[in-house]
Design a protein around this ligand. Structure first.
Ligand SMILES: [Zn+2]
Length: 262
């Protein structure tokens, strides 16, 4: 259950990055995407993810990064159909004449003319769907509720049976993995191409991990004069706080390639 909730939260947290990445040409290894926030000029690019229409309902006339768009569409489909599956199993029928309960998941009705009905709750986007699935995984709103007239009302949902908890975990992990891989935030080690260490000319390696801040190491070892500490294997290492300095030093070396070799 905790794993599912954590995966759904990662998807929500990284969704804005994915939306930005669709409109950005395919990224190089450097700079690491985790630094994008720091290096983006202004926050006019900040996205309010909660307000974004789902990708499946939008036109994409000229995405700059098709692979990311494809991954985004796949993640949406996974989470939306998971919500459909859970709703079909544990969402109680709405009482006739009862006002619409905003907690309910509305199924898409492709034949409907009304756009809201045609897409149901999918129209609220991926963020909403993740929060809704999380509510089911945590068995929220499964207790009878007191009514104004005193008679307890049936809750909107039944608790999830174990096989659906398992299904939710499996699907959330697949969607999370796809998203992190697409953004280059999964656990990996990559040589930083064409950018030698500005202090010693050694090879730089970027290490990423979804649960940790990215770091960069220099292949030279302690003889490298970079003003950063050594890691457990005796390599100069730029941790999160030092990375911005490395970005600056690399940019300066690139602007004045001669001084780097002098
Ligand atoms: Zn070095």
């Amino acid at each position: 259950m905790h794993e599912t909730v954590a995966a759904l939260r990662t998807i929500r947290e990284q969704w804005g990055e994915l939306l930005l990445a669709i409109e950005t040409p395919p990224a190089d290894v450097w700079p690491p995407r985790q630094l994008a926030h720091t290096m983006r000029a202004v926050d006019d690019e900040q996205l309010v993810v909660e307000e974004r229409a789902p990708l499946v309902l939008r036109e994409h006339p000229a995405p700059l990064n098709l692979a990311v768009l494809d991954a985004g569409l796949a993640v949406e489909r996974l989470v939306f159909s998971l919500a459909d599956t859970l709703a079909a199993a544990v969402q109680h029928e709405a009482r006739t004449g009862a006002p619409r309960d905003p907690r309910r998941w509305e199924f898409a009705d492709p034949g409907a003319v009304d756009i809201r009905r045609a897409h149901g709750s999918r129209a609220h986007g991926l963020h909403y769907a993740c929060v809704w699935v999380e509510g089911r995984v945590l068995d929220e709103d499964t207790e009878a509720e007191a009514q104004l007239d005193g008679a307890p009302a049936a809750p909107p949902f039944a608790p999830l049976p174990p096989h659906l908890l398992h299904e939710a975990r499996r699907t959330a992990r697949i969607a999370e993995g796809r998203l992190l891989r697409t953004l280059g935030l999964d656990q990996r080690t990559m040589l930083v191409p064409d950018r030698p260490c500005p202090w010693c000319g050694g090879e730089l390696t970027l290490h990423t991990d979804p649960d940790e801040a990215p770091r960069v190491t220099c292949s030279t070892g302690e003889d490298c004069t970079a003003p950063v500490p050594l890691d457990g294997r005796g390599r100069r290492m730029w941790g999160w706080v030092d990375l911005v300095g490395l970005v600056g030093a690399l940019a300066a070396a690139e602007a004045e390639p001669l001084s780097a070799t002098a």
